[in-house]
Ligand binder design. Structure first.
Ligand code: PHE
Ligand code: NA
Length: 453
């Protein structure tokens, strides 16, 4: 193992980690997935369960991951290896790091396709390519956009290129610099869009839809979806948060930063709901639009509204930036592992990773056109990547992390890193030993079909 001798990079600014980790967390998960999942699962009750999952599972797992990263100062593989060695435990646990790294890479392989939709819709908004009068026209545009592999591939390739360009520049000059203007920009755009929603006439209805907890009856499927989404939305068990944590200065508080990131991610998801549903309701459309909610219902609504094109452009710029700041976090684990262990420069590592990523994402992209029939057990590549990561690898990786932290490692490790008072430390231990694992096990019981909860 050749290891470069320079000290590991650190975030430069005080807000470096929080901005980058929030950039990772806030993404298509918040603006695309959360609203349509809320729509599909009936609104308020889903939102309540989702919030509970963030608190009971997401926050403890995130603290654990950041602590692993900072303690081990390395990519998930190296960091877990070192932390485990410190407690004199089996190096076999670094398999968890391998899985996390692979998971981030696999997520990115299909994420760039959805991010490509966002960029292509921005382009359509700018060039008037979304002309059409009804739902049928919009569905036709969405289908046509997917049907041509050269078109769809062009957009996902562009996203891949942009991602690698940023990551190749490094932690401070690439990642930190790009998030430090994209994140504030996104928040401003989101606020403008909410203000627009307030005046669109559907705001009251949207508010009730999201926050009337008593109204909806939630299915077990909805609860499991909420739990799975807690992992995805906080970028957990995929190497992203752990690797960003490895650049965290020693004096920063892990507990405080975790709560900031989780809170920001949750606020953006709710705000995205408050920006999107008023527009949907004001135009008499149904909230159960599914994955097409953003790409079919929303463009249609923008068309019907005054200044709709302008706000549509704003919306897709925001979505594209959110996707990009998440995408860069998904490969950082792989790139930093290559740099630390294979003696290559960051640039070489980024382009090498990019080529492999491009090949796999092309397979995911082809699921929408040429490869629509290339299925295995009823799923094509895009679905397999999504299913394997969100149903198996993320929960399994998260489970491994909390069990490792809660039962296997020396207690000083986390007591030092988290810097909690004895009482809060006891609470954290209780969460990672019992509450989070139990929550995660429920997903498996369901996925294995042993029982329906
Ligand atoms: N959290 C991101 C989102 O909500 C997705 C993501 C998953 C990012 C895993 C990094 C790692 O869109
Ligand atoms: Na998110």
């Amino acid at each position: 193992m050749t290891r470069s001798q320079q000290p590991r990079a650190q975030w430069l600014g005080r807000w470096g980690f929080v901005l980058a980790a929030t950039g990772s967390a806030v993404g298509l998960g918040n603006i695309w997935k959360f609203p349509y999942m809320t729509g599909e699962h009936g609104g308020g009750a889903f939102v309540l369960v989702y919030l509970a999952c963030i608190l009971a599972v997401g926050v403890p797992v995130m603290m654990t991951e950041i602590a692993f990263g900072r303690r081990g100062r390395g990519s998930p593989i190296d960091a877990v290896h070192r932390v485990v060695a410190e407690s004199g435990r089996s190096p076999g646990w670094s398999l968890l790091g391998w899985m996390a790294m692979l998971c981030g890479f696999m997520i990115l392989s299909f994420y760039v396709v959805v991010a490509g939709w966002s960029f292509s819709y921005l382009w359509k908004m700018l060039t008037g390519g979304l002309a059409g009068s009804g739902v049928d026209d919009m569905v036709a545009i969405f289908v046509a956009n997917n049907e041509n592999p050269l078109n769809l591939g062009l957009w996902s390739t562009l996203v891949t290129l942009a991602t690698m360009l940023i990551v190749g520049k490094g932690v401070q000059a690439g990642i930190e610099k790009s998030v430090s203007w994209m994140m504030p920009g996104m928040v401003v755009m989101l606020l403008i869009l909410i203000a627009y929603g307030v005046f669109s006439g559907g705001f009251g209805e949207a508010w009730r839809f999201l926050f009337s907890f008593d109204s909806g009856s939630l299915s077990s499927d909805g609860m499991l979806a909420a739990l799975g989404h807690a992992f995805f939305t906080l970028s957990l068990a995929s190497g992203a948060i752990l690797t960003y944590g490895s650049y965290l200065p020693a004096r920063a508080s892990i507990v405080r930063t975790t709560f900031s990131v989780a809170l920001a991610d949750t606020l953006v998801a709710l705000m995205a709901g408050l920006a999107i549903f008023p527009i949907i309701f004001a135009n008499g459309m149904s909230p159960e639009g599914g994955p097409g909610l953003l790409f079919i219902s929303l463009p249609l609504a923008f068309q019907a509204m005054p200044l709709g094109t302008l706000f549509g452009i704003l919306f897709f710029v925001m979505l594209s930036m959110a996707a990009l700041t998440s995408a860069i976090s998904m490969v950082e684990a792989t790139v930093s592992w290559l740099v630390d262990n294979k003696g290559v420069t960051r640039c070489t590592a980024a382009w090498g990773t990019g080529i492999l990523l491009w090949l796999i994402s092309t397979l995911a992209m082809l699921s929408f056109n040429l490869g629509a029939d290339w299925t295995l057990a009823g799923r094509h590549a895009f679905d397999w990547l999504d299913y394997l990561t969100s149903r198996w690898m993320m929960p399994l990786g998260g489970l491994g992390m909390v069990l490792l932290a809660g039962f296997v490692l020396k207690s000083e490790v986390f007591r030092d890193e988290l810097g909690l008072s004895p009482r809060w430390y006891t609470l954290w231990l209780f969460m990672v030993r019992y509450v989070s694992p139990l929550g995660i096990l429920v997903i498996f019981v369901d996925a294995l079909g042993i029982a329906r909860v």
